[in-house]
Ligand binder design. Structure first.
Ligand SMILES: *Cc1c(COP(=O)(O)O)cnc(C)c1O
Length: 415
């Protein structure tokens, strides 16, 4: 053991650089279950405060739903707490396979393989199905876990400008000679809340003999008429070769993820995907909970319908109040402030008004694109949204930005 002062200083210097840049991340402790109303403690010592949660991925309000809790309890009783094994040794129960089948049916795919998380699904899928003769062509704004997964894969890599179909087509032509071409995108992009143009992408992939992978983590359960995801929204169910998604957001919010799609691709993952082969199986408690989530979603579209209404209400309210939003039709609603410090001050003032929403700035989003990202949930009632809207308006008036154009806000606060 040698943890020298030299090494210690190295880390300390890096940490103070992060702090000085104002991007040091601090956790807040939540003292209640995940819900629309939560109790939050800031580590800086302020007392616990009841606030309305506007920044969780609990889109369908299922994270603490009594039926899901009940199913998880039953799972615990009947199948135990943990499996102490990876899937292929002795970590597969009947309910794991049942969940895989249920996901397949829900997404309208051919087969599904569970992973400990969607991060793991993305870490495993590329290397399992591609070699150095192949090319991955990804949207420039894909999620970090896809970027890491591509790094772990020996295939060649290229990108296209965000949602730019002309550029994607150029890249498909450029790489026409590759053995396998895989186009890669998020279904809903988490920072802007916009949807990938899946209908156009599927057409291009058919024209140029390419496969397509969609990470639907911010869509599964609520985008599309019956909540199947972005492929349902764009009417391309059955045409997406690979869907990766998480159970850690709308689908109960515990953890776990999957790769769902073409049968042979799922089989290849079962043989070769390293997070599947070398990381522990999803706990039976969670499997039982997610199974119930799919029952709830398959029996009624009530929750995704409520979410859609809530999100529309929220967008309309903010727009009429004079805020600038990123356009989109997902429950991710970014309120644009452009200036980094303004986004932090705004967030603090909201918190004092009892509204918990985080300000994002560079490097999480492009420089000069600082914002408060709000996320709407089916767990929100109109009274939550009304209180939140009033707080936004009050703070917006304080900073005198209501009704201003982007240029006017930037002229006032800089970027
Ligand atoms: C959240 C997210 C993930 C990671 O999901 P986990 O199951 O929490 O690992 C992967 N991809 C996208 C697009 C995400 O938004």
């Amino acid at each position: 053991m040698s943890y020298s002062n030299r090494v210690k200083d190295l880390y300390r210097n890096q940490l103070s650089e992060i702090q000085n840049a104002g991007i040091y991340k601090e956790e807040r402790f939540i003292h209640s279950p995940q819900a629309a109303d939560i109790e939050v403690e800031f580590p800086s010592g302020a007392s616990i405060k009841k606030v309305i949660n506007m920044c969780s991925n609990n889109y369908l309000g299922l994270s603490s739903h009594p039926d899901v809790l009940k199913a998880a309890h039953e799972g615990l009783e009947k199948r135990g707490y943990g499996m102490s094994s990876v899937r292929f040794i002795c970590g597969t129960q009947d309910i794991h396979r049942e969940l895989e089948n249920k996901v397949t049916e829900f997404l309208g795919t051919e087969d599904t393989i569970l992973f400990p998380s969607c991060m793991d699904a993305n870490a495993g899928v590329f290397e399992a199905i591609l070699t150095s003769e192949d090319i991955m062509i990804s949207d420039r704004l894909v999620h970090a876990s896809i970027i890491d997964g591509m790094r772990l894969c020996s295939a060649q890599h290229d990108t296209f400008k965000h949602s730019n179909m002309e550029h994607l087509e150029e890249k498909l032509q450029l790489h026409a000679d590759k053995r396998i071409k895989l186009v890669i995108t998020d279904g809903v992009f988490s920072m802007d809340g916009d949807l990938a143009k899946l209908d156009e992408m599927v057409q291009l992939c058919e024209k140029y003999d390419a496969m397509i992978l969609v990470d639907d983590s911010h869509s599964s359960g609520f985008i599309g008429k019956t909540g199947r995801g972005t492929h349902e929204h764009f009417n391309v169910v059955g045409k997406i070769d690979i869907i990766t998604t998480t159970f850690g957001k709308a689908l109960g919010g515990a953890s776990g993820g999957c790769v769902s799609g073409r049968k042979e691709i799922v089989q290849m993952c079962r043989q070769k995907a390293r997070p599947y082969l070398f990381s522990n199986t999803i706990s039976p408690v969670i499997v039982a909970g997610v199974l119930r989530v799919f029952d709830i979603l398959s029996s009624s579209t009530e929750r995704r319908d409520k979410l859609e209404k809530n999100a529309a209400w929220w967008r309309k309210g903010l727009t009429e109040a004079g805020f600038i939003l990123k356009e989109g039709n997902s429950p991710i609603v970014p309120v644009m402030l452009f200036n980094a410090k303004l986004s932090q001050d705004f967030s603090k003032d909201l918190y004092n008004e009892g509204i918990y929403a985080i300000g994002f700035f560079f490097p999480v989003v492009t420089n000069g694109q600082a914002r408060i990202r709000t996320q709407i949930s089916a767990g929100h009632e109109i009274h939550h949204l009304e209180k939140a809207l009033n707080a936004f308006i009050k703070v917006g008036k304080k900073y005198e930005i209501l009704g201003l154009t982007k240029e006017e806000i930037i002229a006032k606060y800089g970027i």
